[in-house]
Write a protein that binds this ligand. Structure first.
Ligand code: FE2
Length: 423
Protein backbone atom coordinates (compact mmCIF):
# COMPACT_ATOMS: atom_id res chain seq x y z
CA UNK A 1 0.00 0.00 0.00
CA UNK A 2 1.39 3.42 -0.96
CA UNK A 3 1.07 6.51 1.13
CA UNK A 4 1.56 10.05 -0.01
CA UNK A 5 2.63 11.95 3.04
CA UNK A 6 4.94 14.82 3.92
CA UNK A 7 8.48 14.89 5.20
CA UNK A 8 10.10 17.23 7.71
CA UNK A 9 10.55 19.76 4.91
CA UNK A 10 6.80 19.78 4.25
CA UNK A 11 7.26 18.06 0.88
CA UNK A 12 5.16 15.21 -0.48
CA UNK A 13 6.91 11.85 -0.41
CA UNK A 14 5.84 8.40 -1.50
CA UNK A 15 6.33 5.64 1.06
CA UNK A 16 5.00 2.14 1.66
CA UNK A 17 4.96 2.30 5.44
CA UNK A 18 4.08 4.94 8.00
CA UNK A 19 7.30 4.02 9.79
CA UNK A 20 9.42 5.29 6.89
CA UNK A 21 8.84 9.00 7.35
CA UNK A 22 10.59 9.53 10.73
CA UNK A 23 13.61 7.68 9.37
CA UNK A 24 13.67 9.67 6.12
CA UNK A 25 13.33 12.83 8.23
CA UNK A 26 16.24 11.69 10.34
CA UNK A 27 18.32 11.17 7.21
CA UNK A 28 17.43 14.65 5.92
CA UNK A 29 18.49 16.21 9.20
CA UNK A 30 21.68 14.15 9.34
CA UNK A 31 22.60 14.98 5.75
CA UNK A 32 22.10 18.71 6.30
CA UNK A 33 24.05 18.50 9.56
CA UNK A 34 26.86 16.38 8.02
CA UNK A 35 26.10 13.93 10.81
CA UNK A 36 27.66 10.53 11.40
CA UNK A 37 24.23 8.84 11.57
CA UNK A 38 23.13 9.63 8.00
CA UNK A 39 24.01 6.20 6.67
CA UNK A 40 22.34 4.30 9.50
CA UNK A 41 19.18 6.43 9.16
CA UNK A 42 18.76 5.70 5.47
CA UNK A 43 19.66 2.02 5.90
CA UNK A 44 16.98 1.76 8.61
CA UNK A 45 14.45 3.56 6.40
CA UNK A 46 15.08 1.01 3.67
CA UNK A 47 14.89 -1.90 6.09
CA UNK A 48 11.32 -0.93 7.02
CA UNK A 49 10.46 0.17 3.47
CA UNK A 50 12.63 -1.61 0.88
CA UNK A 51 10.58 -0.20 -2.01
CA UNK A 52 10.82 3.48 -1.05
CA UNK A 53 12.15 5.29 -4.12
CA UNK A 54 13.25 8.52 -2.47
CA UNK A 55 15.04 6.63 0.31
CA UNK A 56 16.94 4.64 -2.32
CA UNK A 57 17.78 7.88 -4.14
CA UNK A 58 19.05 9.44 -0.90
CA UNK A 59 21.13 6.32 -0.27
CA UNK A 60 22.52 6.47 -3.83
CA UNK A 61 23.47 10.13 -3.34
CA UNK A 62 25.02 9.37 0.04
CA UNK A 63 27.25 6.65 -1.39
CA UNK A 64 28.10 8.61 -4.54
CA UNK A 65 29.30 11.49 -2.38
CA UNK A 66 31.93 9.17 -0.90
CA UNK A 67 33.61 9.45 -4.32
CA UNK A 68 35.10 5.95 -4.15
CA UNK A 69 34.70 2.97 -6.48
CA UNK A 70 33.43 0.70 -3.69
CA UNK A 71 30.77 3.13 -2.52
CA UNK A 72 29.79 3.73 -6.14
CA UNK A 73 28.82 0.07 -6.52
CA UNK A 74 26.46 0.39 -3.56
CA UNK A 75 25.08 3.60 -5.06
CA UNK A 76 24.33 1.82 -8.35
CA UNK A 77 22.22 -0.79 -6.57
CA UNK A 78 20.22 1.90 -4.77
CA UNK A 79 19.76 4.00 -7.89
CA UNK A 80 18.38 1.01 -9.83
CA UNK A 81 15.90 0.36 -7.03
CA UNK A 82 14.91 4.04 -6.98
CA UNK A 83 14.38 4.05 -10.75
CA UNK A 84 12.24 0.93 -10.54
CA UNK A 85 9.83 2.56 -8.10
CA UNK A 86 10.06 6.03 -9.62
CA UNK A 87 6.90 5.88 -11.78
CA UNK A 88 4.75 5.74 -8.62
CA UNK A 89 6.36 8.82 -7.07
CA UNK A 90 5.75 12.56 -7.19
CA UNK A 91 7.22 14.89 -9.79
CA UNK A 92 9.81 16.23 -7.33
CA UNK A 93 10.94 12.74 -6.37
CA UNK A 94 11.24 11.77 -10.03
CA UNK A 95 13.34 14.86 -10.79
CA UNK A 96 15.58 14.12 -7.82
CA UNK A 97 16.05 10.50 -8.94
CA UNK A 98 16.88 11.73 -12.45
CA UNK A 99 19.41 14.18 -10.97
CA UNK A 100 21.17 11.39 -9.08
CA UNK A 101 21.09 9.26 -12.22
CA UNK A 102 22.75 12.09 -14.18
CA UNK A 103 25.40 12.41 -11.47
CA UNK A 104 26.05 8.68 -11.70
CA UNK A 105 26.66 9.07 -15.47
CA UNK A 106 28.97 12.03 -14.92
CA UNK A 107 26.44 14.32 -16.59
CA UNK A 108 26.89 17.02 -13.97
CA UNK A 109 25.35 19.82 -16.04
CA UNK A 110 22.20 17.75 -16.44
CA UNK A 111 22.14 16.97 -12.72
CA UNK A 112 22.49 20.66 -11.92
CA UNK A 113 19.62 21.59 -14.28
CA UNK A 114 17.34 19.18 -12.43
CA UNK A 115 18.34 20.53 -9.03
CA UNK A 116 17.72 24.05 -10.33
CA UNK A 117 14.26 22.99 -11.51
CA UNK A 118 13.52 21.48 -8.10
CA UNK A 119 14.71 24.67 -6.38
CA UNK A 120 12.31 26.80 -8.44
CA UNK A 121 9.24 24.60 -7.99
CA UNK A 122 9.95 22.99 -4.60
CA UNK A 123 12.13 25.53 -2.76
CA UNK A 124 11.78 23.75 0.59
CA UNK A 125 13.88 20.88 -0.73
CA UNK A 126 17.14 21.79 0.96
CA UNK A 127 18.66 18.35 0.35
CA UNK A 128 18.44 19.09 -3.36
CA UNK A 129 19.92 22.58 -2.87
CA UNK A 130 22.78 21.09 -0.86
CA UNK A 131 23.39 18.58 -3.64
CA UNK A 132 23.50 21.31 -6.28
CA UNK A 133 25.99 23.26 -4.17
CA UNK A 134 28.16 20.15 -4.01
CA UNK A 135 28.34 20.01 -7.81
CA UNK A 136 28.96 23.74 -8.14
CA UNK A 137 31.68 23.51 -5.51
CA UNK A 138 33.61 20.89 -7.46
CA UNK A 139 33.24 22.90 -10.69
CA UNK A 140 34.51 26.08 -9.07
CA UNK A 141 31.23 27.89 -9.85
CA UNK A 142 30.85 30.03 -6.74
CA UNK A 143 28.23 32.44 -8.02
CA UNK A 144 25.83 29.67 -8.94
CA UNK A 145 26.59 27.92 -5.64
CA UNK A 146 25.40 31.06 -3.85
CA UNK A 147 22.48 31.78 -6.13
CA UNK A 148 20.68 28.47 -5.77
CA UNK A 149 20.63 28.87 -1.99
CA UNK A 150 19.54 32.50 -2.17
CA UNK A 151 16.63 31.85 -4.54
CA UNK A 152 14.97 29.39 -2.16
CA UNK A 153 15.34 31.60 0.93
CA UNK A 154 12.02 33.51 0.68
CA UNK A 155 10.06 30.24 0.77
CA UNK A 156 11.87 28.88 3.80
CA UNK A 157 11.06 31.43 6.48
CA UNK A 158 9.20 28.85 8.57
CA UNK A 159 11.44 25.89 7.77
CA UNK A 160 12.89 24.24 10.90
CA UNK A 161 16.05 23.79 8.84
CA UNK A 162 16.37 27.49 8.05
CA UNK A 163 19.74 27.71 9.84
CA UNK A 164 21.15 25.07 7.48
CA UNK A 165 20.10 27.24 4.56
CA UNK A 166 21.73 30.27 6.17
CA UNK A 167 24.91 28.20 6.45
CA UNK A 168 24.75 27.36 2.74
CA UNK A 169 24.23 31.03 1.85
CA UNK A 170 27.02 32.18 4.18
CA UNK A 171 29.45 29.76 2.55
CA UNK A 172 28.36 30.90 -0.92
CA UNK A 173 28.79 34.56 0.01
CA UNK A 174 32.25 33.84 1.37
CA UNK A 175 33.24 31.98 -1.79
CA UNK A 176 32.09 35.03 -3.78
CA UNK A 177 34.21 37.33 -1.61
CA UNK A 178 31.30 39.02 0.15
CA UNK A 179 32.82 38.53 3.57
CA UNK A 180 30.84 41.04 5.64
CA UNK A 181 27.49 39.79 4.42
CA UNK A 182 28.68 36.20 4.79
CA UNK A 183 29.56 36.82 8.43
CA UNK A 184 26.16 38.36 9.09
CA UNK A 185 24.30 35.38 7.61
CA UNK A 186 26.64 32.84 9.22
CA UNK A 187 26.02 34.37 12.65
CA UNK A 188 22.27 34.31 11.96
CA UNK A 189 22.58 30.54 11.42
CA UNK A 190 24.49 30.01 14.64
CA UNK A 191 22.01 32.26 16.46
CA UNK A 192 19.27 29.83 15.44
CA UNK A 193 21.30 26.71 16.17
CA UNK A 194 24.75 26.67 17.73
CA UNK A 195 25.07 23.03 16.59
CA UNK A 196 25.42 23.81 12.88
CA UNK A 197 28.88 22.74 11.79
CA UNK A 198 28.50 23.93 8.19
CA UNK A 199 27.62 27.46 9.31
CA UNK A 200 30.55 27.35 11.74
CA UNK A 201 32.68 26.25 8.82
CA UNK A 202 31.48 29.15 6.65
CA UNK A 203 32.63 31.54 9.38
CA UNK A 204 35.95 29.67 9.57
CA UNK A 205 36.47 30.48 5.88
CA UNK A 206 35.61 34.14 6.45
CA UNK A 207 38.14 34.47 9.28
CA UNK A 208 40.73 32.68 7.13
CA UNK A 209 40.14 35.08 4.24
CA UNK A 210 40.31 38.06 6.61
CA UNK A 211 43.69 36.84 7.87
CA UNK A 212 42.49 36.58 11.49
CA UNK A 213 43.99 33.30 12.75
CA UNK A 214 43.59 34.05 16.45
CA UNK A 215 39.92 34.92 15.97
CA UNK A 216 39.57 31.77 13.87
CA UNK A 217 41.04 29.59 16.60
CA UNK A 218 38.78 31.16 19.22
CA UNK A 219 35.71 30.70 17.00
CA UNK A 220 36.34 27.13 15.93
CA UNK A 221 37.70 25.79 19.20
CA UNK A 222 34.77 27.24 21.12
CA UNK A 223 32.44 25.24 18.85
CA UNK A 224 34.53 22.09 18.51
CA UNK A 225 32.49 20.34 21.22
CA UNK A 226 29.65 20.19 18.66
CA UNK A 227 31.67 18.23 16.08
CA UNK A 228 31.71 14.90 17.88
CA UNK A 229 28.61 13.73 16.00
CA UNK A 230 29.74 15.03 12.60
CA UNK A 231 30.76 12.68 9.83
CA UNK A 232 34.50 12.22 9.50
CA UNK A 233 34.65 14.52 6.45
CA UNK A 234 33.45 17.61 8.30
CA UNK A 235 35.03 16.63 11.62
CA UNK A 236 38.47 16.38 10.05
CA UNK A 237 37.86 19.34 7.73
CA UNK A 238 36.86 21.69 10.55
CA UNK A 239 39.97 20.67 12.47
CA UNK A 240 41.96 21.21 9.28
CA UNK A 241 40.76 24.81 9.32
CA UNK A 242 41.97 25.11 12.92
CA UNK A 243 45.33 23.68 11.83
CA UNK A 244 45.57 26.36 9.12
CA UNK A 245 45.19 29.10 11.72
CA UNK A 246 47.99 27.65 13.84
CA UNK A 247 50.09 27.35 10.70
CA UNK A 248 49.54 31.05 10.03
CA UNK A 249 50.81 31.69 13.58
CA UNK A 250 53.82 29.46 12.76
CA UNK A 251 52.99 27.04 15.59
CA UNK A 252 54.16 23.93 13.75
CA UNK A 253 54.10 21.70 16.84
CA UNK A 254 50.41 22.43 17.33
CA UNK A 255 49.69 21.74 13.65
CA UNK A 256 51.51 18.41 13.81
CA UNK A 257 49.59 17.52 16.96
CA UNK A 258 46.29 18.41 15.27
CA UNK A 259 47.28 16.32 12.27
CA UNK A 260 48.10 13.33 14.47
CA UNK A 261 45.12 13.64 16.78
CA UNK A 262 42.34 15.07 14.57
CA UNK A 263 42.97 15.57 10.85
CA UNK A 264 44.53 12.16 10.21
CA UNK A 265 44.24 10.74 13.71
CA UNK A 266 40.43 10.68 13.60
CA UNK A 267 40.06 10.29 9.83
CA UNK A 268 38.41 7.45 8.04
CA UNK A 269 41.71 6.59 6.40
CA UNK A 270 40.03 5.09 3.34
CA UNK A 271 37.84 8.16 2.80
CA UNK A 272 38.87 10.27 -0.19
CA UNK A 273 37.95 13.61 1.37
CA UNK A 274 39.71 12.83 4.65
CA UNK A 275 42.80 11.84 2.71
CA UNK A 276 42.77 15.13 0.80
CA UNK A 277 42.67 17.13 4.05
CA UNK A 278 45.58 15.19 5.48
CA UNK A 279 47.66 15.61 2.32
CA UNK A 280 46.97 19.36 2.23
CA UNK A 281 48.08 19.66 5.86
CA UNK A 282 51.39 17.87 5.30
CA UNK A 283 52.05 19.87 2.17
CA UNK A 284 51.41 23.21 3.84
CA UNK A 285 53.66 22.22 6.74
CA UNK A 286 56.49 21.38 4.36
CA UNK A 287 56.02 24.63 2.45
CA UNK A 288 56.80 26.33 5.76
CA UNK A 289 59.94 24.23 6.11
CA UNK A 290 58.55 21.88 8.77
CA UNK A 291 59.88 18.33 8.92
CA UNK A 292 56.84 16.02 8.86
CA UNK A 293 58.86 12.88 9.50
CA UNK A 294 57.47 9.68 8.02
CA UNK A 295 53.90 10.92 7.73
CA UNK A 296 53.88 10.84 3.89
CA UNK A 297 54.94 7.20 3.99
CA UNK A 298 52.28 6.38 6.56
CA UNK A 299 49.56 8.02 4.47
CA UNK A 300 50.51 6.92 0.94
CA UNK A 301 49.53 3.21 1.22
CA UNK A 302 45.91 4.26 1.86
CA UNK A 303 45.82 5.82 -1.62
CA UNK A 304 46.06 2.50 -3.45
CA UNK A 305 42.31 2.45 -4.08
CA UNK A 306 42.45 5.93 -5.63
CA UNK A 307 44.69 5.08 -8.61
CA UNK A 308 41.89 4.30 -11.06
CA UNK A 309 38.88 6.14 -9.64
CA UNK A 310 39.32 9.72 -10.96
CA UNK A 311 36.24 10.97 -9.18
CA UNK A 312 37.23 14.62 -8.89
CA UNK A 313 40.18 16.50 -10.45
CA UNK A 314 40.76 18.47 -7.26
CA UNK A 315 41.24 15.30 -5.25
CA UNK A 316 43.44 13.52 -7.80
CA UNK A 317 45.88 16.43 -7.75
CA UNK A 318 46.35 15.85 -4.03
CA UNK A 319 46.82 12.10 -4.43
CA UNK A 320 49.50 12.43 -7.05
CA UNK A 321 51.49 14.85 -4.94
CA UNK A 322 51.34 12.55 -1.92
CA UNK A 323 52.41 9.54 -3.96
CA UNK A 324 55.32 11.42 -5.53
CA UNK A 325 56.41 12.86 -2.19
CA UNK A 326 56.32 9.44 -0.53
CA UNK A 327 58.45 8.07 -3.38
CA UNK A 328 55.76 5.76 -4.74
CA UNK A 329 57.03 6.10 -8.31
CA UNK A 330 55.15 3.08 -9.67
CA UNK A 331 51.84 4.37 -8.34
CA UNK A 332 52.53 7.85 -9.75
CA UNK A 333 53.09 6.30 -13.16
CA UNK A 334 50.01 4.12 -12.78
CA UNK A 335 47.83 7.08 -11.88
CA UNK A 336 49.16 9.09 -14.83
CA UNK A 337 48.60 6.17 -17.21
CA UNK A 338 45.13 5.65 -15.84
CA UNK A 339 44.25 9.32 -16.39
CA UNK A 340 45.37 9.13 -19.99
CA UNK A 341 43.38 5.96 -20.63
CA UNK A 342 40.31 7.36 -18.90
CA UNK A 343 40.37 10.61 -20.84
CA UNK A 344 40.99 8.91 -24.19
CA UNK A 345 38.20 6.43 -23.53
CA UNK A 346 35.93 9.42 -22.83
CA UNK A 347 34.98 7.95 -19.47
CA UNK A 348 34.66 11.46 -18.11
CA UNK A 349 31.96 13.85 -19.28
CA UNK A 350 32.62 16.36 -22.06
CA UNK A 351 32.65 19.21 -19.52
CA UNK A 352 35.25 17.44 -17.44
CA UNK A 353 37.41 16.44 -20.45
CA UNK A 354 38.86 19.91 -20.93
CA UNK A 355 39.56 20.31 -17.22
CA UNK A 356 41.47 17.03 -17.14
CA UNK A 357 43.40 17.74 -20.34
CA UNK A 358 44.13 21.44 -20.02
CA UNK A 359 44.57 21.80 -16.27
CA UNK A 360 44.93 18.54 -14.39
CA UNK A 361 47.62 16.92 -16.54
CA UNK A 362 50.01 19.93 -16.65
CA UNK A 363 49.39 20.80 -13.00
CA UNK A 364 50.08 17.19 -12.05
CA UNK A 365 53.43 17.37 -13.83
CA UNK A 366 54.24 20.51 -11.87
CA UNK A 367 53.20 18.93 -8.59
CA UNK A 368 55.24 15.79 -9.22
CA UNK A 369 58.25 17.95 -10.04
CA UNK A 370 57.77 19.94 -6.85
CA UNK A 371 57.48 16.77 -4.77
CA UNK A 372 60.75 15.61 -6.34
CA UNK A 373 62.40 18.99 -5.66
CA UNK A 374 62.75 19.82 -9.37
CA UNK A 375 61.92 23.46 -8.75
CA UNK A 376 62.32 24.94 -12.24
CA UNK A 377 60.16 22.26 -13.87
CA UNK A 378 57.53 22.72 -11.16
CA UNK A 379 57.39 26.48 -11.70
CA UNK A 380 57.26 26.15 -15.50
CA UNK A 381 54.43 23.61 -15.46
CA UNK A 382 52.33 25.31 -12.82
CA UNK A 383 52.57 28.93 -13.93
CA UNK A 384 50.37 28.74 -17.09
CA UNK A 385 47.57 27.02 -15.15
CA UNK A 386 47.31 29.25 -12.11
CA UNK A 387 44.62 31.51 -13.59
CA UNK A 388 42.46 28.55 -14.59
CA UNK A 389 42.70 26.58 -11.37
CA UNK A 390 39.24 27.50 -10.12
CA UNK A 391 37.89 24.97 -12.65
CA UNK A 392 39.27 22.05 -10.65
CA UNK A 393 36.91 22.95 -7.82
CA UNK A 394 37.45 23.08 -4.09
CA UNK A 395 37.20 26.17 -1.93
CA UNK A 396 39.22 29.34 -2.39
CA UNK A 397 41.22 28.45 0.72
CA UNK A 398 41.92 24.93 -0.53
CA UNK A 399 43.00 26.11 -3.99
CA UNK A 400 45.46 28.64 -2.56
CA UNK A 401 47.67 25.65 -1.87
CA UNK A 402 48.51 25.33 -5.57
CA UNK A 403 49.59 28.97 -5.73
CA UNK A 404 51.70 28.47 -2.62
CA UNK A 405 53.40 25.47 -4.24
CA UNK A 406 54.18 27.57 -7.30
CA UNK A 407 55.56 30.46 -5.21
CA UNK A 408 57.65 28.02 -3.19
CA UNK A 409 59.07 26.45 -6.35
CA UNK A 410 60.04 29.91 -7.65
CA UNK A 411 61.75 30.87 -4.39
CA UNK A 412 63.62 27.56 -4.18
CA UNK A 413 64.65 27.80 -7.83
CA UNK A 414 65.97 31.31 -7.28
CA UNK A 415 67.94 30.24 -4.22
CA UNK A 416 69.41 27.25 -6.09
CA UNK A 417 70.57 29.63 -8.85
CA UNK A 418 72.09 32.03 -6.34
CA UNK A 419 73.98 29.19 -4.67
CA UNK A 420 75.13 27.89 -8.08
CA UNK A 421 76.40 31.32 -9.15
CA UNK A 422 78.09 31.90 -5.79
CA UNK A 423 79.75 28.49 -5.89
FE1 FE2 B 1 36.56 24.52 4.24
Amino acid sequence: MFYNTTDVQGLDVTVNSQETIPLVDQFIDQALYYGNQAESAIVQALSVDPGCAIAHAYAAAYYLSQETAIARQTAITHLKAAQQSAPRTTEREQWYIQAISAWMRGAISEAISLHEAIALKYPQDLISVQQAQYHYFYRGESEQLLKIAQIVLPENAGNPHLHYLYGMIAFGLEQCGELEQAMKVGLQAIGLNRFDPWAQHAIAHILEEQGRPSAGIAWMESHSDTWEHCNSMLYTHNWWHVALYYLALEDADKVLALYDQRVWGRADRFSSKDQVGAIATLLRLELQGVNVGRRWNELAPYLSARLHEHALPFQDLHYIYALARAGYTDWVDELLRSWTVTIHAKQVSRDAQSVWRQIVLPVAKGLIAHARREWSVAALELQPCLEKLHAVGGSRTQRKLFNQIYQHACVQNESDWSAFKAG
